[in-house]
Ligand binder design. Structure first.
Ligand code: BG6
Length: 499
């Protein structure tokens, strides 16, 4: 986040490894383009796409423009803003595996330094497959310029490791090459406006905090559902699965936002310390408990809107007997004074009925009803629903008297909607995160210990699941996942919130 004074970041060169890849096309360049339109990019700015494919600057820009026209929240309109933005983009053909090629990067920085008359910030963005990260980081680490802690940063995309051990190894490797404050580990959910707003809701208001604890909260639910299947990502997803792909990072980070204690400042380390405290407080699941608190699923073939949908096992790049889960639900507890014994239910999956990320805080029932029984037939406990996406809203459910001469109490909702409250479009997560990297604000990025603490939470589940062959497929595409996921909450007397 940048201060309200709207200072633009200092001169910056952004090198993107995987320049012609999907992430750059769909997310990074559209984000930079929108930052440009909103006047947030540094006055002196250069973005350099790196890759093995052969492009000229011109053909690379044309390729990226296609991405902007398809994926950006703002397209290149009649005013042709792209034409003003395009000259900041160039392309450098290089094989990231060739250690000798990295001097091209130092040379480029040196040439910009003399052209601009100042030493720019240099950001290396690794938008590449995870197996390429160690090699690229090692080669970058050998460049003398990377020793400059205040000017040089490296951005690493998820997945950060495949499990606790590989995440630790990657942290050790990166830690040997860069200082922690140079390493920006992305979890794009943290860049979402509505996720950041959780802290504003909780700590800029005095209303919620006094009831934000085990005394008043019955349970918390976090759902991130997707309608899509694999979208051609079988090669990656097959080695990942829903627990690694979504719960270990995005859902646990949202849990941290809901459960954290109040930070004393918005200093990056203060906020991250508080979040690590939450992760460390999550009750360790014993191997024999895994089946009681975790459910996995995989969608089979079926029909959606009268169209035949292939099952996960029929998707490209997936083994015909794959045990990879496309759905995961877990029940966690945060063992501390605030949250002891309040269940946190997390669920995510592909090929579900809707694309929605929603956090629900369900409050305990009122302790006593003086109303006659027939007046409270449709009574429901208070509930705060935080719509992360696509609906961006906050809904508070409470009881009201139905107008009329008979006494009847109904649940009603008070709604705050971003769309109604604020004109204009909100920035995309990558806009916020790229700007933060350029300004050097690591608050919304994962620190080494945070990533490892998150892996520790899911490790017992991963281990238990890898030792048993699941009975897959076990849910139909377009359904809310396997039956066992319903039972996970129903056995506690609750229900999943569909929205
Ligand atoms: C990514 C996962 O991190 O998040 C994808 O790898 C998933 O599998 C995506 O589809 C969801 O992100 P969003 O922002 O569309 O909810």
């Amino acid at each position: 986040m940048i201060p309200a004074t709207n200072q633009r970041p200092p001169a910056t060169i952004l090198f993107i490894f995987g320049g012609s890849g999907d992430l750059n096309l769909r997310k990074l360049t559209p984000a930079l383009y929108n930052l440009f339109i909103d006047n947030y990019l540094p006055e002196r700015f250069s973005v350099v796409g790196l890759g093995r494919s052969s492009y000229t600057d011109e053909s690379f820009r044309e390729r990226l423009l296609e991405g902007v026209q398809e994926f950006s929240r703002r397209k290149n309109g009649p005013d042709d803003t792209w034409k003003s933005f395009a000259p900041t983009i160039s392309y450098l053909q290089m094989d990231a595996g060739d250690a000798g090629a990295y001097t091209k990067l130092s040379d480029y920085v040196a040439s910009k330094k003399s052209e601009w008359g100042e030493l720019p910030n240099v950001v290396f963005y690794l938008a590449v497959a995870p197996q390429l990260v160690p090699g690229i980081a090692t080669n970058l680490g050998k460049l003398p310029l990377c020793g400059d802690k205040s000017h040089v940063r490296i951005v690493v995309e998820k997945p950060f490791g495949h499990d606790l051990k590989t995440a630790q190894e990657l942290n050790t490797l990166l830690g040997g090459l860069f200082a922690e404050e140079q390493i920006y580990r992305i979890d794009h959910y943290l860049g979402k406006e509505t996720v950041q707003n959780i802290l504003a809701l909780r700590f800029a208001n005095s209303l919620f905090e006094p009831i934000w604890n085990r005394r008043y909260v019955e349970y918390v639910q976090i759902t991130a559902s997707e309608t899509v299947g694999l979208e051609g990502r079988g090669g990656y997803y097959e080695g990942s699965g829903a627990l690694r792909d979504m719960i270990q990072n995005h859902l646990l980070q949202m849990l941290c936002m809901v459960a954290t204690e109040a930070p004393i400042s918005f200093d990056a380390n203060e906020v991250r310390n508080k979040k690590v405290d939450v992760l460390n407080a999550i009750r360790r699941i014993k191997p024999e408990q895994v089946n009681d608190v975790a459910v996995r699923g995989q969608y089979g073939p079926g029909k959606k809107d009268d169209k035949d949908i292939p099952g996960y096992r029929q998707e490209e790049g997936v083994k015909p007997d794959s045990s990879t889960e496309t759905f995961a639900a877990v029940k966690l507890f945060v063992d501390n004074w605030r949250w002891e014994d309040v269940p946190f239910y997390l669920r995510t999956g592909k090929s579900l009925p809707e694309k929605a990320t929603v956090i629900t805080i369900q409050f305990k029932p009122a302790p006593y009803y003086a109303f006659p029984e027939e007046a409270t037939q449709s009574w429901q406990p208070n509930r705060l629903t935080i719509g992360i996406q696509p609906a961006m809203d906050i809904r508070l459910r409470f009881q009201a008297k139905r107008p009329g001469q008979t006494l009847a109490i109904d649940p009603v909702e008070m709604v705050f909607s971003y769309k109604d409250a604020y004109a204009g479009q909100e920035p995309e997560a990558y806009e916020t995160l790229l700007l933060d990297v350029m300004t050097g604000d690591a608050t919304l990025f994962m620190r080494a210990d945070q990533v490892e603490a998150a892996w520790k939470v899911v490790t017992p589940i991963l281990e238990a699941w890898s030792s048993e062959t699941p009975d897959f497929p076990n849910y139909a595409p377009g359904s809310w996942g396997p039956e066992a996921a319903m039972q996970l909450v129903e056995k506690d007397g609750f229900q999943w919130m569909a929205k």
